[in-house]
Design a protein around this ligand. Structure first.
Ligand code: SF4
Length: 297
């Protein structure tokens, strides 16, 4: 396995994309921001949002000092805007519990709002150079093919996936962290889902899937999610109206965002339930923390 991990890490040294969160000196906060943005948004859309976010909030305390509404506004079109709220909650927790410094242990990271098994280990490895299995979709697919000889990884299982990658990690933390990011990169740009670029792959000579004759995937099939016309699209449109307004908005402003009243109401309820908007006593709605202060008793 030594030659496998070395080949992946060497390839990374020559071919890695030049991404801003990989620059030397990137702070743990910047790594955390990048990882949360990258969870469900492609790299090209994250790059400018990441830069703008860190220019405005270079440290967690700066974000914690602003209302959550500003985080939702800055999130813009990255999608899945609950991540903006979780990042704001993270900034508050880091400021309150860790004196403004992103914690370094996986357990402490896991205790932060919205930080799951992947993100905690990604920050521990990429920001703090620890030996951690970092497993995203691309790594799962790469390992399934190169090591396990399967066309795809099948349904995720945190325990099984972490164990599969853990066995590949070099013992020395810095080398393990390097392999972790390198495996992600191979999965993202070489061992891609539809058309793996095997000719350019650093582990082509040993790839178990190629050796097995590229057997077809025979596990459970993921059903692609449609977006147009879904409640998720309507939630995004309603949130756009609020982002574009400095003041709370009323029903008339929201009505023009989507014609179906029942779906609009459902989307609005979901946004309220998620804490992404606040209903106000006068019937209008606002981004969280953006409404008029409650009257004192
Ligand atoms: Fe993936 Fe092809 Fe590399 Fe095997 S040789 S790991 S299938 S890119």
């Amino acid at each position: 396995m030594e030659s496998f991990t070395q080949a992946v890490s060497d390839w990374y040294g020559e071919h890695a994309r030049d991404l801003p969160w990989r620059q030397p000196g990137t702070s743990p906060w910047a790594v955390l921001v990048s990882e949360i943005m990258l969870q469900q948004t492609p790299v090209p859309r994250v790059v400018p949002a990441y830069a703008a976010w860190l220019t405005r909030w270079p440290v967690p305390a700066a974000l914690a000092a602003d209302p959550p509404a500003e985080a939702v506004r800055m999130w813009g079109k990255l999608g899945y805007p609950r991540r903006a709220l979780r990042l704001h909650e993270c900034a508050v927790a880091i400021t309150d519990r860790h004196a403004g410094a992103v914690p370094s242990t996986v357990d402490e990271l896991l205790a932060l709002p919205g930080v799951g098994a992947y993100t905690a280990r990604a920050v521990a490895a990429f920001a703090f150079g620890q030996r951690q299995p970092v497993v995203d979709t691309n790594v799962r697919r790469f390992v399934a093919r190169a090591v396990q000889g399967q066309a795809d990884a099948g349904p995720p299982s945190t325990t099984r996936d972490l164990a599969a990658v853990e066995t590949l990690l070099p013992a020395e933390p810095a080398r393990a962290a390097r392999f972790a990011v390198a495996a992600m990169e191979v999965g993202a740009v070489v061992c891609t889902a539809r058309t793996p670029r095997c000719q350019a792959c650093p582990v082509r000579p040993s790839c178990a899937w190629l050796r097995a004759g590229r057997p077809a995937y025979d596990g459970p099939v993921k059903v692609p999610q449609r977006f147009a016309g879904t409640d998720r699209q309507v939630r995004g449109l309603l949130l756009d109206v609020l982002r574009g307004s400095a003041d709370p908005v009323g029903a008339a402003d929201l009505d023009i965002a989507w014609p179906d009243a029942a779906q609009r109401a459902r989307a609005l309820d979901a946004l309220v339930a998620d804490g992404l908007i606040d209903p106000l006593p006068d019937g209008r709605v606002a981004l969280p923390g953006d409404g008029p202060p409650s009257p004192r008793r």
